[in-house]
Design a protein around this ligand. Structure first.
Ligand code: CO
Length: 145
């Protein structure tokens, strides 16, 4: 396994509009994408860019709200009504190699490799095998490097 850049932190939010306003007006975010639906994952998604230092790429906060009561975020918000950190996402150079390595280590992968919110392949690893943190593994976008 070769750990890459931390691409984003995923935050579940009960109210997408209120969360965007928080990042814009309380935190001073300059770049926030338009929210869009990701029906395969049952969520509405919006990215808040955090700038990097000179010459380095920043990272992002991914705001997640449920599309319906079957969404994986619905249960999370039932336990955490204010919202909170839902997952962390790290990049890897090759998604198939990373998946095979996690499987060889006996880590439980949740579902198939699929296309994530950045249009690149991702999979999730069970929090019980990842120090309690639901972990998204994402192939580095080709245009980024
Ligand atoms: Co994510």
């Amino acid at each position: 396994m070769k750990l890459g850049r931390m691409n984003h932190l995923g935050y579940a939010v009960p109210d997408m509009g209120a969360a965007i306003a928080h990042y814009r007006y309380v935190m001073g975010a300059q770049v926030i994408t338009e929210p869009f639906d990701l029906p395969e994952q049952g969520v509405k998604v919006c990215f808040v860019n955090t700038p990097g230092h000179e010459g380095t790429e920043g990272t992002q906060v991914e705001l997640l709200s449920p599309l319906d009561e079957n969404s994986p975020v619905t249960g999370f918000l039932a336990k955490n009504p204010l919202g909170g950190q839902h997952h962390v996402c790290f990049e890897v150079p090759d998604i198939d190699v990373a998946r095979a390595e996690f499987e060889a280590m006996g880590k439980r992968i949740l579902g198939p490799t699929r296309i994530g919110a950045h249009g690149t392949p991702i999979f999730f690893v069970h929090p019980k095998d990842m120090l309690g943190m639901l972990t998204e593994i994402m192939e580095t976008p080709k245009e980024a490097h």
